[in-house]
Design a binder for this molecule. Structure first.
Ligand code: DX5
Ligand code: ZN
Length: 225
């Protein structure tokens, strides 16, 4: 499976997010990661459905929407309407996770489950046969530019093993502190989608291309080596 580098637009220029989106699109990326924050579940605010809807007009990239909200179930309709292709929701808040995941799928979108760094893989197990993606946060959510938490890769490996044993087909995604230096370890652990904000939007075009190539050509290299 070809590995995916999903730039996180949280690290883009919030005075003109369309330009950041077009930069990633013109670079040839297929996914864009959109971090939605409510200032409650995480200590930061980012943007809402209107921003996603306006960005949707400018690109056909795959919109990977990460809801860092206390009550994500209340916002599924508006992010589907805004043009999300995949909506991922955290297991930590108190709500009916299975029902929310079913709702995302009933609206024709892909769904994902998200685990914070300290949340064990066990918390995702009730949903593994239902989801299209499992996102393992490699930072405590809220802010870009933090350091990558290496220990989360043990959880990723555990989930990759569960996937192999069960025949489930979810993608494994990591988000937070991911840069060029983390690619090898992430891919070896079984990661399919690497989200990168600072390491992507903070880099010049040559560095972005090198970073992307180390991820996206990975599948072929491994197959051929
Ligand atoms: C944290 C956010 C960040 C962002 C990427 O809540 O989800 O992880 O996407 O951050 P950096 O800049 O570390 O790649
Ligand atoms: Zn995210």
């Amino acid at each position: 499976m070809k590995k995916i580098l999903a730039p996180s637009i949280l690290a883009g220029d919030h005075a003109c997010l369309r330009d950041s989106l077009l930069l990633a699109d013109q670079d040839g990326r297929e996914w864009i990661h959109l971090d939605v924050m409510d200032g409650h579940f995480v200590p930061n605010l980012s943007f809402g459905p209107q921003t996603v809807a306006d960005l949707r007009e400018h690109s056909s990239m795959f919109f990977d929407v990460h809801l860092m909200l206390d009550n994500p179930q209340d916002y599924i309709d508006s992010f589907v309407l805004a043009g999300a292709d995949l909506i991922s929701i955290h297991v930590e808040p108190e709500y009916d996770v299975a029902e929310a995941l079913s709702k995302i799928k009933s609206l024709g979108k892909k769904c994902g489950i998200v685990l914070n760094p300290d949340t064990p893989a066990e918390e995702a197990s009730p949903f593994l046969d239902q989801v299209d993606l499992v996102l393992c946060m490699t930072v405590n959510p809220g802010f870009g530019g933090q350091g990558f938490i290496e220990g989360v890769l043990y959880k990723v490996r555990d989930l990759a093993d569960r996937r192999a044993e069960s025949g489930a087909s979810f993608l494994l995604e990591v988000d937070g502190g991911v840069g060029f230096d983390q690619v090898d370890d992430c891919v070896r652990a079984g990661v399919d989608v690497l989200v990168a904000g600072t390491a992507y939007f903070g880099a010049d075009s040559q560095t972005r291309a090198r970073f992307a190539s180390s991820v996206e050509n990975r599948g072929e290299q491994e197959l051929s080596s």
